[in-house]
Design a protein around this ligand. Structure first.
Ligand SMILES: [Zn+2]
Length: 388
C-alpha cells in the first residue's frame, strides 16, 4: 500500500541519483511542484473566511503532497513509522543532504525538517524495519565522516537508540582515521554509546566534549542566524526619500544612548531631508516598506506574474544574486555553488525559467543605486559619512 506516494513522489528518488541528468530532471519537477504549491497558497489565502475555503485547503494540501520534504507534513502525523508509506521519503530527504549537499541546500534546506525527521525516527526506532535501520546506521557513519552541519546532534541521539552493533565496531575504525575531524566526531559518538555523558546528546554536550577532550570550543552557528535580534542590527535600509523621491538611507544609530527605545536616522543623499525616530517598535506600513519610518524600499521591483521582489540593501541584493547563480544545469557537468547563509528564495524565485528575469531585475536595481548620488560607496551602498 503506497497511498499514492509513488505516483506523487516517485520522481524524487532521482534527487539522489548519481546520474546528473536524472537529478537535473528531478529538480525541474520539484520547480513545477513548487509553483503549483505557491499558486494554491495564493488561492487559499484569498479564500480565507469564504465558503470555498475548505476546497482551497484540500487543494493546498494536495499541492504540498507533491513536494519534498513538505509532503511529509501534508497528512496527519503517522501513528506508526514502521508501516507508513512516507517513511522511505524521510530517509530519502536525509540521504539527499548527505549525498548532494549543495543541491539539497539550494532546493530544500530546512533545518527544522531535518531535525524533526531525525527526532521522529529516533522516537520510533523500535518499529522500523531492518532495511531502514541499516540505512540509518549508514547515515550516522556518513555524518561522522564529513564536517559538522546544523542539526547533526540529532544523529547522535539516533545513534544512541540504534542497535549497538555493528555501529560501535565501525565507529572504532573511524576513530583511527587520519582525518582529525573524523576522529573527533567518532570519539564523541563512542562516548555517547558508552553512556559517558549525563543527559541526551545536544549541541552543548558536543561542545563540552570538544572542550574536555580537544581543548577548544568550536563555534557552531545555529540555524544560519547571526544571533542578533533584528531590532539590534545596524543594517542599512535603502529607501525612497519622502521629499524628493531620491535615494535615502535608514539605519539604527549605534552611538545614540537608548533612551526609551532605539534611535533611528533617515537621511537623503539627494536633498537635505533628514529625520530621527526613537522607538522600540517596528511598524509594518505595507509590503516593500522599511519598518521604522514606513518609507518605500528603494530596491524593489514587480516581476512577471505580479511577484514583488524587494530587499533592504545592496549586500542582501548580492546574496540573492549569488544564490541564484549557485544553481547550475547539471547536464553541463558543473557543480552547484555555495548558497549564502541567511538568504532564502521564495518558491516563485526557484524556477529555472525565472532565473534570467530575476538576474536582470537584480542588475537594474544595482545600477539604480550606482547611478545615484556620489555620496554612496558603490561597494557597500553605505554613505561615506552619516550626518551627525
Ligand atoms: Zn530627498
Amino acid at each position: 500500500m503506497s497511498d499514492g506516494w509513488t505516483e506523487r513522489l516517485g520522481w524524487a528518488w532521482d534527487l539522489i541519483s548519481y546520474d546528473p541528468a536524472r537529478r537535473e530532471a528531478a529538480h525541474r519537477i520539484l520547480d513545477e511542484a513548487r509553483v503549483a504549491y505557491s499558486d494554491a497558497l495564493a488561492r487559499y489565502n484569498g479564500a480565507w473566511g469564504r465558503p470555498e475555503a475548505r476546497a482551497r485547503t484540500d487543494e493546498l494540501r494536495t499541492a504540498m503532497s507533491h513536494l519534498l520534504p513538505e509532503a511529509l507534513w501534508a497528512s496527519p502525523p503517522p501513528p506508526d513509522l514502521g508501516v507508513w508509506p512516507g517513511t522511505p521519503y524521510m530517509l530519502l530527504y536525509l540521504q539527499w543532504e548527505q549525498r548532494f549537499v549543495g543541491e539539497w541546500t539550494w532546493h530544500a534546506k530546512y533545518w527544522s525538517a531535518k531535525t524533526s525527521i531525525l527526532r521522529d525516527l529516533a522516537h520510533q526506532v523500535q518499529r522500523l524495519d531492518q532495511r531502514h535501520l541499516a540505512e540509518l546506521s549508514d547515515l550516522v557513519l556518513q555524518v561522522v565522516a564529513r564536517p559538522q552541519r546544523v542539526g547533526d546532534e540529532w544523529y547522535a541521539r539516533l545513534a544512541q537508540v540504534l542497535s549497538r552493533q555493528p555501529l560501535y565496531e565501525q565507529l572504532l575504525a573511524l576513530a583511527e582515521s587520519e582525518d582529525p575531524g573524523i576522529r573527533e566526531r567518532a570519539g564523541y559518538l563512542l562516548l555517547v554509546l558508552d553512556g559517558a555523558f549525563p543527559g541526551r546528546p545536544s549541541l552543548r554536550q558536543w561542545q563540552r566534549y570538544l572542550r574536555e577532550h580537544h581543548g577548544r570550543d568550536r563555534h557552531v552557528r545555529v540555524r544560519g542566524s547571526t544571533g542578533v535580534p533584528w531590532f539590534e542590527r545596524d543594517d542599512e535600509v535603502l529607501v525612497r526619500c519622502p521629499r524628493c523621491d531620491g535615494l535615502a538611507s535608514v539605519r539604527r544609530d549605534p552611538n545614540a544612548p537608548p533612551a526609551d527605545g532605539r534611535t533611528w536616522r533617515a537621511w537623503c543623499t539627494e536633498c537635505d531631508y533628514a529625520d530621527v525616530r526613537v522607538t522600540r517598535q517596528a511598524r509594518c506600513a505595507g509590503p516593500a516598506t522599511e519598518l521604522i519610518f514606513g518609507y518605500p524600499l528603494w530596491l524593489q521591483a514587480e516581476c512577471h506574474g505580479g511577484h514583488l521582489f524587494c530587499v533592504d540593501n545592496l549586500e542582501k541584493l548580492e546574496r540573492f544574486d549569488r544564490y541564484l547563480r549557485a544553481r547550475v544545469d547539471l547536464r553541463s557537468g558543473a557543480q552547484y555553488g555555495t548558497v549564502p547563509a541567511q538568504t532564502y528564495l521564495s518558491s516563485w524565485m526557484m524556477q529555472t525559467s525565472r532565473r534570467s528575469e530575476l538576474l536582470a531585475v537584480i542588475g537594474s536595481l544595482r545600477d539604480s543605486v550606482r547611478e545615484r548620488s556620489g555620496r554612496f560607496n558603490t561597494q557597500s551602498g553605505m554613505p561615506h559619512e552619516a550626518p551627525g
